[in-house]
Write a protein that binds this ligand. Structure first.
Ligand code: SAM
Length: 285
């Protein structure tokens, strides 16, 4: 066998072994902790596990699996790594502008409005929505829910602390999203931290909810789940869209992230796009 062929075959074997190790690791996590990553996108999982392996200094994924099964804190750190928590205030301002212009008039027809942000990470998206709905006069009959399957990130969200380093960018986002006031009205800055206004915090209930294994969250007028489905396989995306369908009232609004869509979903005919570019859909009556 030529050296080149031999090398190629070794790489192939190593890849196959890694694939088996990852499958076993995900199975072990599911059996031990009930977190189901088995249907997450393979490339995403592989990248994060490789990174975690490198940081942990362990010899291979099998060694990592043993530690995971016996050490909950180690599992928590992997969980943190597996869930990408990147977020920002008024992320994609054009999305929030579309909510103001297109969704608010629909929400305003409901006597009480419940909005669920699934996969809310550290809460910036949720606080942005609270500000927007306050400015649009819907605050008095509104309840916001923020859920994530990661407890560490949820406690950060509950604190309502945002980074002052990003304030300039957030202020720009806020203005581009059609903000009617000054962004500074909604936080108090202390050293390197800015704390969201108590009136915003009071409107939000946070809870642990795992989109893969947990059930319907309640009957909502709007569900916002942005930049979460991209990490899921097609099959899992379908399950989660079904969960959202079952959790929405008739005429309820579903908002996905800019790289997500209902196009390939089994339930796409049960929704109508009301701001297609911004991935905002309405459940059919
Ligand atoms: C990239 S962040 C998106 C945050 C926010 N929605 C945004 O777009 O700015 C993805 C979030 O989804 C959460 N997540 C991933 N899988 C989840 C699951 N199965 N159930 C609930 N949350 C999940 C992660 O913990 C993370 O906080």
């Amino acid at each position: 066998m030529l050296v080149k062929e031999q090398n190629q075959s070794q790489v192939k074997t190593a890849r196959e072994t890694e694939k088996i190790e990852i499958t076993l690791l995900l199975e072990a996590i599911f059996l031990q902790y009930g977190y189901d990553f088995r249907n997450y996108s393979t490339a995403h999982i592989r990248r994060r596990i490789r990174r975690h392996l490198e940081l942990s200094g362990m010899a291979n994924i099998s060694a990592m699996q043993h530690r995971l099964l016996t050490d909950r804190d180690f599992f928590q750190s992997l969980l943190y790594d597996l869930s990408i928590n990147v977020t920002e205030m008024f992320r994609d301002p054009s999305f929030f502008l579309a909510v103001r212009n297109t969704v608010v008039p629909i929400l305003a027809t409901h006597p009480f409005i419940k909005v669920w942000h699934a996969g809310c990470a550290s809460g910036e998206e949720l606080y942005s929505m609270a500000i927007l709905l306050k400015e649009e006069g819907l605050f008095s009959h509104l309840q916001l829910y923020g859920t994530d399957f990661n407890d560490m990130i949820l406690s950060k969200a509950k604190e309502g602390i945002i980074s002052t380093a990003a304030i300039q960018e957030y202020t720009k986002n806020y203005q581009q999203s059609g903000g009617r006031s000054s962004f500074a009205d909604y936080y108090t800055a202390r050293y390197e931290r800015a704390i969201m206004a108590p009136e915003l915090k009071e409107k939000i209930l946070f809870a642990n909810h795992n989109l893969v294994i947990d059930q319907v969250f309640g009957e909502m007028q709007m569900i916002v789940c942005r930049n979460v489905l991209i990490y899921f396989s097609r099959e899992l995306q379908n399950r989660v869209i079904r969960l959202f369908y079952d959790s929405l009232c008739r005429g309820g609004i579903l908002c996905l992230g800019s790289k997500e869509s209902l196009h390939f979903s089994d339930l796409q005919d049960n929704f109508t796009a009301i701001a297609e570019k911004e991935q905002i859909y309405q459940k059919n009556y």
